[in-house]
Design a protein around this ligand. Structure first.
Ligand code: BDR
Length: 311
């Protein structure tokens, strides 16, 4: 069994990422920790519970993480995910927040990783605030993880939030800097450009959401706003469920076809480039730890995982 913890700011693509994890019989989701990001922390918690309810997995513990960035001004992605983070189609029967665990998310993350040293894979699809706080509290967490998968960052200065900035890294650049600097476990990054390059035809999107299941009906209901946004902007080449790529890579070792192994850091200063990921191919920064920056993915295998996630 592959043990994973998912750190989310549950918007539409985080929702699908969670569903992909839950659909794999070889994966044990030990905890879901929420962060502010696409929407407020409270809404991210509620959205996570909605996803777990539709998957009939309310047994998975959900924890409250960070409600704001370390230093940056708080932002959200309401234009894309809707004001409520899940396409603005409220569910009057959504589970209540009393189901959220009382223990703080970052402390739970540290406790679980310490209970299963070198066994837990952490998948982060939100701003990296919880991970940054965790490594400040317990620097050894980075060695005790089996692996870390991140959806975030961009390389070719193709932004989706600021001119040159990808949402998760721009939402808390200092946290992203700390994580890229301090986590020394095997680290895999699904950058914004990688996910754009790997987008799927809209016809596939229609097909997999038209499956006759509650999960498919739920995803179809929450998706129109983000799909419309993608089609109206430069992202319009296809269906890009960004967070799902990181999750798919974390649970299926063979799905990523090509990565660069390179030292990575983050620009914290630039007027337009704050939050931009920087790859040190020349090794000028003399960083020992190198991350895998994903380049291509097996799209057929990825499609099969998405199909299965809604069955
Ligand atoms: C990332 O930002 C969020 O809006 C998505 O959920 C994804 O995690 C893409 O830049």
């Amino acid at each position: 069994m592959k043990k994973i913890i998912i750190d989310v700011d549950t918007g539409v693509d985080d929702a699908l990422a969670i569903m992909v994890a839950l659909a794999d019989p070889n994966v044990e989701v030990l905890a879901i920790i929420c962060c502010f990001g696409n929407t407020s922390l409270e809404k991210a918690l509620k959205n996570t519970l909605r996803v777990l309810k539709v998957c009939k997995r309310l047994d998975i513990p959900v924890y409250r993480g960070s409600s704001r960035p370390l230093l940056a001004c708080k932002r959200d992605a309401g234009d894309y995910h809707g004001e409520d983070g899940l396409g603005d189609v409220p569910d009057p029967d959504a589970p209540g927040l009393e189901l959220v665990q009382k223990e703080k998310g970052v402390l739970a993350m540290l406790k679980i990783v310490n209970q299963h040293p070198e066994e837990v894979t952490l998948v982060a699809t939100a701003p990296l605030t919880n991970l940054a706080v965790a490594v400040q509290l317990d620097p050894l967490i980075s060695k005790k993880l089996k692996a870390l998968y991140i959806m975030g960052g961009n390389i070719e200065s193709r932004g989706n939030t600021t001119v040159c900035g990808e949402f998760n890294f721009v939402a808390d650049p200092e946290a992203a800097f700390i994580v890229l600097d301090r986590y020394t476990c095997p680290t895999y990054i699904a950058s914004w450009e990688f996910t754009c390059r790997s987008s799927l035809p809209w016809s596939f999107c229609d097909e997999f959401m038209s499956q006759n299941t509650d999960k498919a009906a739920f995803l179809k209901k929450i998706s129109p706003k983000s799909a419309e946004y993608q089609k109206e902007t430069t992202e319009g080449k296809g269906f890009n469920s960004c967070d799902t790529y990181a999750l798919a890579a974390a649970i299926n070792d063979n799905i990523v076809i090509k990565s660069d192994k390179v030292a990575v850091t983050l620009e914290l200063q630039g007027t337009h480039t704050r939050g931009l990921m920087v790859l040190d191919y020349m090794e000028l920064l003399k960083k020992k730890h190198k991350a895998y920056v994903m380049k291509t993915i097996d799209l057929e295998k990825f499609k099969q995982m998405l199909m299965k996630s809604l069955q």
